[in-house]
Design a protein around this ligand. Structure first.
Ligand code: BES
Ligand code: ZN
Ligand code: ZN
Length: 504
């Protein structure tokens, strides 16, 4: 798919399909209130106004209409009220438009997004939406012999548009050209993350995750290092190893290092990489257990973000840390009540083996501290309680420094990802006290998302730290902005937040 900028006029462009958004206010009184809509109406001999009269369109957010004129077809998409138009709505327009174009088999298309004046990063947002809208998971549908050589879906031939032109002011063409490239980089990383999440666990073991990370980072300047279980043993990462014990698949810690020649700061991105979470001996109920193939979505987000950070050559040192293992019950598995010591010497009473994410993150966070990261951000499908609290719309954020929350939430808003802070008051630490160890790995019935974060906090020393719980947002259960399946959530926010740190 070729995505390019065009600065000629909407009237003159002759691609097969033109995709344009409109706002509620422009149709809500039964008249076409924008000049451009009137022009389109002329082009299709009054069909648009007729549709409005028949109330086929009413200004509802997400409604759309396809008009076929003599020289081209026009797809109109309603972005709701102008005052509600935000980065999410902007990305939704390009995603839904491309998805429709693909369905209808239009090969040469143009995207004209209106109402962009307030968006600095408009072109990259539009491009990101194009990638999301064009995405489908077809690693298993292509051929009879399963994986079609592990290539990610963006490379596979479908009836996707071969050309998408994005309209742009000629005055800002140069600036937007840069944003276009950024959008492509982020878009590719999101598709990569979604492919990993959508893979079933037999096609996404820790070893396969490593192979995929290698493949996707090929050609970048990222340095990769891997800790095998023996290495973890030497480093006294017994919390991590306690989860790996039950599985026959070798566990790993994947490290990706971005070290530009100029960098004043060093941060760490840590992602939970449980390639399947059965719960271990504290076995999960079987209904919906298959969804736990996505328990490595934090890892996917970090790997995707690291590659994007490297391709964008952000002037900041970033260490990506991905502890990855299965969580399985077996004769070797950790049992409830077992006590292990993490890398920082703290003893942990494992009262529930299904609270395993925090156990693998504990050692990964200790490692980030040891490596002298000045700020740590972790991403994890950590608690079912987060889905109860925030639903499937919003990622939960907790931090040991509130001002970081404000900055992260502001930037994620700018790139159309919803994040909300939950408190992490000291009092929550009471709930994870153990009678016989330094800390217990569960904190009782109430405030489960927060007590999980309180547990993690024990392993970050005083390093400024943000924890993102994506248990509600890693997966989409309906076709909306994302099609059903893994979302790749937080790739964009991680990249943009890192960019901000690099430039401040
Ligand atoms: N991976 C799960 C959390 C999860 C649940 C992610 C639903 C996505 C959707 C995690 O390892 C887990 O099992 N957490 C337990 C913790 C409990 C035992 C304290 C949970 O949330 O039930
Ligand atoms: Zn679990
Ligand atoms: Zn888990």
């Amino acid at each position: 798919m070729k995505i390019q900028l065009r600065s000629d006029s909407v009237e003159s462009i002759q691609t097969e399909l033109l995709m344009v958004n409109y706002f509620k206010e422009e149709v809500s009184d039964g008249n076409l209130q924008a000049e451009i809509l009137k022009q389109f109406d002329l082009e299709v001999e009054g069909f648009l106004k007729e549709s409005l009269d028949r109330k086929e369109i009413q200004g509802e957010s997400g409604e759309s209409i396809l008009l076929r004129g003599k020289k081209r077809a026009i797809f109109l998409f309603c972005s709701g009220s102008k005052s509600d138009f935000d980065a999410g709505a902007l990305k939704n327009f390009s995603a839904q438009s491309i998805r429709r174009a693909k369905k209808l088999g239009y090969l040469k298309t143009s995207l004209f997004c209106r109402g962009l004046e307030d968006f600095k990063t408009r072109t990259s947002l539009l491009v990101e939406g194009i990638y999301v809208g064009n995405y489908s998971f077809n690693l298993f549908k292509e051929s009879e012999n399963g994986l079609s050589n592990g290539k990610s879906s963006e490379n596979q031939k479908e009836k996707a548009p071969i050309e998408v032109n994005i309209f742009c002011d000629s005055a800002s063409l140069k600036e937007e050209e840069k944003k276009l490239e950024e959008g492509k980089i982020v878009g590719e990383s999101i598709c990569f993350a979604r492919d990993l999440i959508n893979r079933p666990s037999n096609h996404c073991t820790p070893s396969i995750l490593l192979e995929e990370a290698k493949r996707f980072s090929k050609g970048t300047k990222l340095k990769m290092k891997v800790f095998e279980e023996e290495d973890a043993e030497k480093m006294k990462m017994h919390s991590f190893l306690s989860v790996a014990k039950g599985s026959d698949e070798p566990a790993k810690i994947i490290l990706l290092h971005h070290k530009p020649s100029q960098s004043k700061k060093k941060i760490a991105l840590v992602g939970k990489g449980i390639t399947f979470d059965t719960g271990g001996i504290s076995l999960k109920p079987s209904s919906n257990m298959h969804e736990m193939k996505g328990d490595m979505s934090g890892a996917a987000a970090v790997l995707g973000a690291m590659v994007a950070i490297s391709k964008l050559n952000l002037p900041i040192e970033v260490l990506g840390i991905v502890p990855t293992t299965e969580n399985m019950p077996s004769g070797h598995a950790t049992k409830p009540g077992d006590i292990v010591r993490a890398m920082n010497g703290k003893s942990i009473e494992i009262l529930n083996t299904d609270a395993e994410g925090r156990l693998i993150l504990a050692d990964a966070l200790c490692y980030a501290v040891q490596e002298k990261a000045e700020q740590i951000i972790d991403v994890a499908t950590l608690t079912g309680a987060c889905v109860v609290a925030l639903g499937e719309i919003t990622t939960g954020l907790m931090t040991n420094q509130n001002h970081l929350a404000h900055e992260f939430i502001r930037l994620s808003e700018e790139c159309g990802e919803k994040v909300w802070q939950l408190p992490l008051f000291k009092e929550y630490h009471e709930q994870i006290k153990s009678d016989i160890a330094d800390v217990a790995n569960i904190g009782g019935r109430y405030g489960g998302t927060i007590t999980a974060a309180a547990f993690l906090e024990k392993f970050v020393s005083d390093v400024p730290w943000i924890h993102l719980d994506i248990a509600g947002t890693f997966w989409s259960n309906k076709d909306a902005y994302y099609s059903k399946g893994g979302t790749g959530v937080m790739v964009t926010s991680l990249v943009r937040y890192t960019e901000k740190l690099a430039n401040s």
